[in-house]
Structures are given as structure tokens and as C-alpha cells.
Design a protein around this ligand. Structure first.
Ligand code: E4P
Length: 213
């Protein structure tokens, strides 16, 4: 499973990329606004660390999405154009596929939307599981449903589990065979941690001091 970082913070991308486990980054307009930095510079800087950086169009009509997406794709070959799941978005996915521009479809909340985006030509679809959990639905059940559908066909489209909230989401997504998981920085930093690892390491080092000492 590929692991992406869900952030617009370049320093966090550099730090986690240095662990050797990072495959990509997903940004969105809210994350970019939170950092308050120049969008183009941020995306280009991130592209130096990972091979796949999602940059979201903010236009809502096909012509506007086409213009923005073509511009983003010209910034760096690692840019993936993020397109919202709307009928205008479907047209844009279809167009970008014909031009060889990679896309990620954002704001997927149903299996029907997932199938449509894949058929239109998306390279990646992003079902938002945390936001479904937030309204009392079962986000991970949607991933199970989508992966079951994906097994029946040969879609050239990866399933990216988005809106993850805790490490268990990443483990459950992996068990279902999801291709990618995007993870917020605070959750990503929890992944390597275990209390018994810390206790065990302290004990080894304390014992070693006795030998060395
Ligand atoms: C994915 O590409 C989105 O940026 C993200 O996962 C949204 O997550 P949120 O529900 O925590 O905002």
C-alpha cells in the first residue's frame, strides 16, 4: 500500500519523506489556506520529495478546470490534478486522461461516484471515510464495497483512502487492499510509535551502560 501525507506543509513532507516510507502528498484548498504560503511554490517544492503531489482545481466548470489543471500539470511532472466529483469534474477527468495528465478525484462518498470517476478516466479516486464516520455512517464499509467492485473489473484507477483520522484507519484500509492511504501529519507521526518499543529500547540501553561502564 502506498502512503501519502495529507498536508500543505513542505517541512513535514521533507521530514517524513526522509524516513523512506512516503509515496506522495495530497493537498486541498483548506490545507493550503491553513499554511498561508504560495500554492505554486509549495507544490513544486513538494514535488522534489515525492513522485505524486495532488493539486486541486478550484474552478467548478469544465473550461475552468481544464485551464487550471493544464497549468498545474505544467509546473512539474509529479503533479496530479485533483478534480471534484461533479458532472463538470467527470468531463475534466475524461479530458485530462486523453491528454496524459494524471488525476485524483476528490470528495467521493459513494460507490456509484467511485465507478463513474473511474469510467471517466480518473487515475485515483479518493473516498473520504472520516467525513462519513462524522455523520454516523461507516466510512470503511464504503472502502470494502469499492474494493469488492474493483476486484470484478480492470479499472486503471487506484483507490486512495482519504480523510483518515487515526492509525487503525490505515491498518483497516491495508487489510481491504486499498492501493493508497493519505494520512494527516499528526496521525502519520503516531504510526512508528509503540510504548513497548520505547520501554524495550530504554532497557537495552540501560543494560548496555552496565556492560560498557
Ligand atoms: C484528501 O485528499 C483530503 O485532503 C483529505 O483527506 C480530507 O480530509 P479531512 O476530512 O480531514 O479534511
Amino acid at each position: 500500500m502506498k502512503l501519502f501525507l495529507d498536508t500543505a506543509n513542505v517541512e513535514s513532507v521533507a521530514e517524513i519523506a526522509s524516513w523512506g516510507v512516503l509515496d506522495g502528498v495530497t493537498t486541498n484548498p483548506s490545507l493550503v489556506a491553513k499554511e498561508g504560503k504560495d500554492f505554486k511554490k509549495t507544490v513544486i517544492e513538494m514535488c522534489k520529495h515525492v513522485p505524486c503531489v495532488s493539486a486541486q482545481v478550484t474552478a467548478t466548470d469544465f473550461a475552468g478546470m481544464k485551464k487550471q489543471g493544464e497549468e498545474y500539470a505544467s509546473w512539474h511532472k509529479h503533479v496530479v490534478v485533483k478534480v471534484p466529483m461533479t458532472t463538470e469534474g467527470l468531463k475534466a477527468l475524461h479530458y485530462f486522461r486523453s491528454k496524459g495528465i494524471r488525476t485524483n478525484t476528490t470528495l467521493i462518498f459513494s460507490a456509484a461516484q467511485a465507478v463513474l470517476a473511474a469510467k471517466a478516466g480518473a487515475n485515483i479516486i479518493s473516498p473520504f471515510i472520516g467525513r462519513l464516520d462524522d455523520i454516523g455512517e461507516n466510512g470503511m464499509a464504503l472502502i470494502g464495497e469499492i474494493m469488492q467492485i474493483w476486484l470484478q473489473y480492470d479499472f486503471d484507477c487506484e483507490v486512495l483512502v482519504a480523510s483518515t483520522r487515526h492509525p487503525r484507519h490505515i491498518v483497516d484500509a491495508a487489510k481491504l487492499g486499498a492501493h493508497i492511504c493519505t494520512v494527516p501529519v499528526d496521525v502519520f507521526k503516531k504510526l512508528p510509535q509503540h510504548a513497548l518499543t520505547d520501554v524495550g529500547l530504554k532497557r537495552f540501553l540501560d543494560d548496555w551502560k552496565k556492560v560498557a561502564g
